[in-house]
Design a protein around this ligand. Structure first.
Ligand code: LUB
Length: 226
């Protein structure tokens, strides 16, 4: 609508809290004792180093000693923050899911319509997968699922639920093509994004992810937009 300003109601949806099978201490920087800035910084350095090695070598190829060496600490110092390799694994995966509500808030502050919010959110998520070592390490861990059922957050469901809510808002706002189911569209977007980032990771270590995602997104938006 040239000249018209279309005021978009800020979407009220939020990224669903991931089901967490761990206690507060295992979540990085969350327990009261570890609130001092230095302890939080140290935990973030450990998480970055762990995520890097998980992404390079997978769960089985990563030891706490490797992480300690990478971050220049003793094993004991790492164990002080993360008592087991499992706790470190959970913390990396949870830290990656903690990125998405922050990203969603930033996109919602742009005041876009719900369908454009979906597009912008996934474009920024693709950039996070391309450049954020914690996201990259967590993605490999979620592929491998190395821990017993329920210890790691269930993958994909948070994104499917969020996108379904946004797409339902898009339908309400008349932005969605007639006959498109928000639930089916959400599942298709998540499956396509997952597959795109996986192929990009395997073929180019995600160097071409933004371009690959752009190609898929452009086709999907044509099918979704009214
Ligand atoms: C996303 C991955 C990789 C879903 O939600 C998840 O768990 C995901 C890692 O498990 O892609 C698509 C946004």
């Amino acid at each position: 609508m040239s000249g018209d300003t279309v005021e978009h109601r800020k979407s009220r949806v939020a990224f669903p809290a991931q089901e967490r099978g761990t206690d507060a201490v295992a979540r990085h920087g969350r327990s009261p004792e570890l609130r001092q800035e230095r302890a939080v910084q140290t935990r973030m350095q450990i998480l970055d180093a762990a995520a890097q090695i998980f992404d390079e070598r997978g769960y089985g190829g990563t030891s706490v000693k490797d992480v300690a060496d990478r971050v220049g600490m003793t094993k004991g110092a790492v164990y002080f923050h993360y008592p087991t390799k499992e706790a470190l694994t959970v913390a990396v995966v949870e830290a990656h899911y903690d990125r998405w509500p922050v990203l969603l808030e930033a996109v919602q502050n742009e005041g876009l319509g719900p369908l454009d919010t979906v597009v912008e959110l996934l474009d920024r998520t693709a950039r996070a997968f391309q450049g954020d070592v914690v996201v990259q390490g967590a993605a490999r861990l979620q592929m491998e699922q190395p821990l017993p059922e329920g210890v790691l957050p269930q993958p994909y469901v948070g994104w499917i639920s969020l996108l379904e809510q946004l797409l339902a808002e898009a339908e309400e706002a008349g932005e969605l093509r007639a006959g498109v189911s928000p639930a089916a569209a959400a599942r298709t977007l998540v499956s396509t994004f997952f597959g795109t980032q996986h192929i990009s990771a395997r073929l180019s270590r995600r160097a071409d992810l933004a371009q690959r995602w752009g190609e898929a997104r452009d086709l999907l938006v044509v099918a979704l937009r009214a």
